[in-house]
Write a protein that binds this ligand. Structure first.
Ligand SMILES: [Zn+2]
Length: 309
C-alpha cells in the first residue's frame, strides 16, 4: 500500500482506527521510545521505509529531556510531511499533572501508570486521570497498567519485577472500574534486557494463554511493555492472542549506544555532528524496521536486528 492510499483510508489516521484495523489484520502497532532527534529520525525513517504505522513513545524522563510540547510539535510536523500514520504516546506517566500536560500538548495517547500502588489505589488514581485527559481531548486513548514488570529500559544484572502475572479477573475489574481503552498487563514481559539477552544468548518468553484469557475477560486493546529481547515466535503468538501494541525501547538504546561508539571511534578527528550521527540513525532504523516487519507478519532475517538478534 502506498502512503497516499494509507492516508485516503481515514480510519487508520486515528490511533483507535489504526489499532482496530491492525487487529483485524493480525498485526500489532510497534511502539518505539525516543529521547533525542536521532531516535525520532530513525523511527520516522523506518515508517517511511516500511509504510507501516508507528507509535512514537516518550516516558516522563524522555519527555523532560526532549520537551513535551517540542516533541509533540516535531512529531506532528514529521507526520504531516511523511503523510503516514504516526502516533505519539506519553509512556509511563505517573501523575495527573504530567498526563494533563501531555494531553494538552496534543499526544494521541497517555500511558497512565500507577501500577506501583496497591490495586485499589491504582484504580482510583487511574480513573481520575483518565477522566481528566478525556476532558481535555475525548479522542485521546488512555492506557492503564497492572502488575510489576520492573522499571528502566536498561541492561540489568538480574530479572526485574516480581514475576507475578496479571489475572484475567483483576484485569476485568481494572478495565471496568477505570474506563481505560488500553490495558498493559504483566504476562511474562519485563522492562529492560539482561546481558545474556543483549548478547542474543537468552530470550524473554510470554504466557500466551494468559494473554488470550485477559483479552477475553477485558475486550480492550492490550499493550505489551518491555518487548526488547523477546523471542520472535512469542511475539507472533502474543499478537495472535490479542496483543495490539508492542513496546521496544532497550533494543533501540543498545543500537544507539553501540553505533555511536563505533561512529566516534571511526575517526577521532571528525567533529561534524551529522556525519557522526547519520550512521547511528541508520543502525536504529534497522532495528525498528526489523521489529515492525515482524509485528506485521513479514519475514525478517535474523541479521537484520544486528547485535540484539
Ligand atoms: Zn514500559
Amino acid at each position: 500500500m502506498t502512503a497516499d492510499q494509507t492516508l485516503k483510508n481515514t480510519s487508520i489516521n486515528t490511533l483507535r482506527g489504526a489499532l482496530t484495523r491492525l487487529e483485524t489484520e493480525g498485526a500489532a502497532l510497534g511502539h518505539f521510545n525516543v529521547a533525542d532527534l536521532v531516535l525520532v529520525k530513525a523511527v520516522i525513517a523506518s515508517a517511511a521505509e516500511t509504510k507501516l504505522p508507528v507509535f512514537v513513545g516518550a516516558s516522563e524522563g524522555e519527555r523532560e529531556f526532549f520537551g513535551v510540547r517540542q516533541l509533540a510539535a516535531l512529531v506532528k510536523s514529521l507526520r504531516q510531511e511523511a503523510s503516514l500514520p504516526i502516533f505519539l504516546n506519553a509512556d509511563h506517566t505517573h501523575s495527573l499533572e504530567k498526563a494533563m500536560e501531555a494531553a494538552n500538548a496534543g499526544f494521541d495517547a497517555v500511558g497512565v501508570d500507577f501500577s506501583a500502588l496497591p490495586f485499589e489505589q491504582n484504580v482510583v488514581r487511574t480513573r481520575e486521570t483518565v477522566q481528566a485527559i478525556k476532558g481535555i481531548n475525548p479522542a485521546i486513548l488512555a492506557e492503564g497498567e497492572i502488575g510489576n514488570i520492573g522499571t528502566g529500559s536498561e541492561i540489568h544484572e538480574t530479572v526485574q519485577g516480581d514475576r507475578k502475572l496479571s489475572t484475567p479477573e483483576e484485569a476485568r475489574q481494572f478495565v471496568q472500574a477505570t474506563g481505560i481503552d488500553i490495558l498493559a498487563p504483566a504476562v511474562g514481559n519485563m522492562h529492560g534486557m539482561l546481558k545474556s539477552m543483549v548478547q542474543g544468548k537468552a530470550k524473554k518468553h510470554l504466557d500466551i494463554e494468559r494473554i488470550a484469557q485477559i483479552k477475553q475477560a477485558t475486550g480492550v486493546f492490550l499493550t505489551l511493555h518491555g518487548g526488547s529481547g523477546t523471542d520472535d515466535e512469542h511475539f507472533r503468538k502474543a499478537i495472535g492472542a490479542g496483543i495490539n501494541i508492542i513496546h521496544i525501547n532497550t533494543e533501540l538504546r543498545v543500537a544507539w549506544r553501540q553505533s555511536l561508539g563505533e561512529s566516534l571511534a571511526r575517526d577521532a578527528d571528525e567533529v561534524v555532528p551529522y556525519k557522526i550521527l547519520r550512521p547511528v540513525v541508520d543502525s536504529v532504523r534497522q532495528v525498528v524496521s526489523s521489529r515492525l516487519r515482524l509485528f506485521h507478519g513479514q519475514a525478517v532475517s535474523p541479521e537484520a536486528v544486528g547485535s540484539v538478534a
